[in-house]
Design a binder for this molecule. Structure first.
Ligand code: 5GP
Length: 182
């Protein structure tokens, strides 16, 4: 990994190496298989950021499953905008289904909290919340994440699906904003 990368006007330094990402996402996929292996779960992937995580997760899920995608966003630049916008909604019947909600990162928890409210009335058989990253210090909304890849400090990160103004999503590891480090 290079020691520094520039996205637009900002410098980022390595936080989680590609190998560690791979190991952890594969573990998580297997753990989900252990929990839901015979249930044909429906993975609901929250776009855009979770696309790469979701791909690795289902690759390690060695049983029948289905996938659908919703597009929600609350971030602009390096901070949360405070409102959750849906630009692509749920197009699959979720009633009676075992759902696995796949999120890239839980920051304040606003996005997942809002999404859980939209599915609450549809009576799924079960809901498992999975997030690649979580910033425990930043969480404000009362949601319970069932499985997390890594807990990180309350700093802005990019890579592995996460962007800084659309750049950085293709990076295979996670990078943190240099100016937020001590
Ligand atoms: P929350 O709604 O939990 O506050 O924020 C969740 C969403 O904000 C994530 O799905 C992600 O799109 C975005 N987000 C939160 N923290 C970061 C971060 O450090 N980097 C990037 N690129 N996006 C973030």
């Amino acid at each position: 990994m290079n020691m520094k990368i520039r996205l637009h006007d900002l410098n980022f330094v390595p936080m989680i190496a590609e190998d560690d990402v791979r190991r952890r996402t594969s573990e998580m996929g297997k753990e989900l298989f252990n929990r839901l292996g015979d249930k044909n779960p429906l993975f609901i992937v929250i776009l855009n950021g979770a696309f790469m995580f979701a791909a690795d997760l289902v690759r390690a899920y060695d049983a029948p499953c289905e996938m659908t995608f919703v597009r929600l966003s609350s971030y602009s630049g390096t901070s949360s905008s405070g409102t959750v916008t849906t630009s692509m909604g749920l197009d699959t019947n979720i009633s009676g289904r075992h759902l696995v909600i796949v999120e890239d990162i839980v920051d304040t928890g606003r996005t997942l909290h809002a999404f859980l409210q939209t599915i609450a009335g549809h009576q799924p058989a079960s809901v498992t919340l999975v997030s690649f990253l979580r910033k425990p210090e930043a969480q404000v909304f009362p949601i319970q994440v069932d499985m997390t890849g890594f807990d990180i400090e309350n700093k802005f990160v990019a890579g592995y699906g996460l962007d800084y103004n659309q750049l950085g999503r293709n990076l295979p590891g996670v990078w943190v904003l240099e100016s937020q480090l001590p």
